[in-house]
Ligand binder design. Structure first.
Ligand SMILES: Nc1ncnc2c1ncn2[C@@H]1O[C@H](COP(=O)(O)OP(=O)(O)OP(=O)(O)O)[C@@H](O)[C@H]1O
Ligand SMILES: [Mg+2]
Length: 462
């Protein structure tokens, strides 16, 4: 980090006059330059110094500059390369950018041009190094666990750390059922996976089931399995979710949507740990833990007689509630940094983040929670025109001045959320699926919010 105070720059160009002049200018400007005219010379410098930036002429006699680029990017992954190309050599520029060059300069260039490029590289290098540190600090789980859950778990707030502690405690009791509640996109499935892969069941299946996505007629055989010939289409014996989850975890996503008749059967299976396949008379013993999740008010469902109280009691031995992102705004910055670094790497686009982005996002209500933040960051990186994200790359927020001025009291947040829903509907020309995508929530969640705020399509422009 401190070394970046004086950025070390290596120049490789066969024109001696050019390298001498550039060397002098860079030195005067307060950088630490090295000047070389052949690749062997450059290699020598790279081996003996921690170079931050290589300014590379891609047209060197006897060797293809793109091959040099490829080689140094492998040997020195932290090194950034800016290439110098000749006028009209766009083809090479494109190839070089694909190979990971940071930027290019077209000869002849002015001193100010190179200075802008260097400053940009410097900012990026700063960010990269900071990101590495931040990422290590703000990830609540180890790299190994990240790989196992196939996701990340980022956060700094007291609330998210308490959730992590509860998840770890639940992992210690592999027979206790866990209910995870929270709004859409808050990370319920993440927590379920963390519990499973931290428990003694980790070497067995994590069977994720979204019961609202299975047709009613198939639900029973999907859960309990069936015997060959027990109904049309049952062409072979089949294990159901309870059986395949033997020794593992059955994750029941969106539990509140489970039909009543199935709820009774699930309760019995959960209590007895013995099931019977459809069309069979034999019983099968199976050992599973149920982690269930919902973004509905499940107690209200019980009051409305849509969810069995006895099943709720069976499922919520441990209850973990994940608060919405707007109630833990301190997690927004580390999450934004994490998603930016994740997508920047994935899309091979080096990106920094302007300070104003954090400030504005921290005041935004995030109806779609972390999923929304993730989606908007990906979109911003794809669409952004420069090498750093500014608030304009987050159109939903930058256009909504109310969002940036809102204080986090609930009344304002609610009106803000309603406003967001209206705007998304307007923006999508009232296409509910498209509006839900903009908000980063499901279409069902959008419809619920429209009901909650009494927004009908005709009223959306009010
Ligand atoms: N703490 C976190 N750190 C990093 N990414 C997260 C975190 N929490 C959630 N995510 C990401 O946000 C997205 C939504 O998370 P997840 O699917 O777990 O939410 P959910 O609560 O199950 O949503 P839904 O109610 O819509 O099913 C995923 O891409 C997930 O990887
Ligand atoms: Mg989910």
């Amino acid at each position: 980090m401190t070394k970046l105070e004086k950025i070390e720059i290596l120049i490789l160009d066969d024109e001696k006059e050019f390298t001498e002049e550039l060397f002098e200018f860079l030195q005067k400007s307060g950088y630490q330059p090295f000047e070389t005219n052949t690749y062997p010379e450059a290699k020598h410098v790279l081996e003996n110094h921690e170079i931050d930036l290589l300014i590379l002429d891609v047209r060197l006699p006897g060797i293809d500059g793109l091959d040099i680029l490829k080689e140094v990017k492998v040997l020195y992954p932290n090194l950034e390369v800016v290439i110098i190309s000749a006028h009209g050599d766009m083809d090479t520029v494109i190839k070089a950018m694909r190979l990971g060059a940071f930027d290019y300069l077209r000869k002849p260039f002015r001193h100010i041009d190179i200075q802008i490029v260097i400053e940009r590289t410097k900012k990026y290098l700063h960010l990269q190094r900071k990101l590495k540190l931040v990422e290590e600090r703000n990830s609540l789980i180890s790299k190994t666990l990240e790989e196992k859950i196939d996701r990340h778990f980022i956060g700094v707030s007291r609330k998210i750390r308490d959730i992590f502690d509860s998840a770890m405690a639940a992992a210690q009791y592999p027979d206790a059922n866990v209910l995870i509640t929270g709004e859409s996109g808050t990370g319920k499935e993440n927590v379920a996976r963390i519990i499973h892969y931290s428990s003694s069941r980790k070497d067995h299946l994590f069977c994720a089931v979204n019961s609202s996505a299975i047709t009613d007629s198939l639900l029973e055989s999907e859960f309990f399995g069936h015997k060959k010939g027990s109904f049309t289409g049952a062409i072979a014996d089949k294990m159901g979710f309870f059986e395949v989850s033997n020794h593992g975890t059955l994750f029941l996503d969106e539990i509140a949507d489970m039909p009543m008749n199935l709820q009774a059967k699930i309760l019995r299976a959960a209590e007895e740990k013995v099931i019977t396949r459809v069309g069979d008379t034999n019983t099968v013993r199976t050992d599973f833990r149920i982690i269930s999740s919902t973004n509905h008010d499940i107690e209200k469902r019980v009051e409305e007689n849509k969810f069995r109280l006895d099943l709720l009691h069976r499922l919520n031995t441990v209850h973990i509630h994940i608060p919405p992102l707007r109630e833990r705004p301190e997690d927004i910055k580390p999450l934004l940094i994490h998603f930016t670094s994740y997508f920047a790497q994935k899309l091979n686009r080096p990106i920094a983040i302007n300070e104003d982005v954090y400030k504005k996002l921290e005041k935004y209500a995030f109806p779609g929670n972390i999923r929304e933040l993730r989606n908007m960051t990906e979109r911003a990186i794809i669409l952004c025109k420069f090498n750093s994200l500014s608030i304009e790359d987050f159109p939903l927020i930058s256009k909504n001045s109310a969002a940036s001025e809102a204080s986090p009291d609930m009344v304002k947040l609610k009106s803000l959320e309603a406003d967001m829903v209206r705007r998304a509907l307007l923006q999508s020309k009232f296409n509910q699926k498209a509006a839900a995508d903009i908000l980063g929530i499901t279409r069902d969640a959008l419809i619920r919010k429209m009901k909650k705020y009494n927004i009908s399509i005709g009223k959306a422009e009010n």
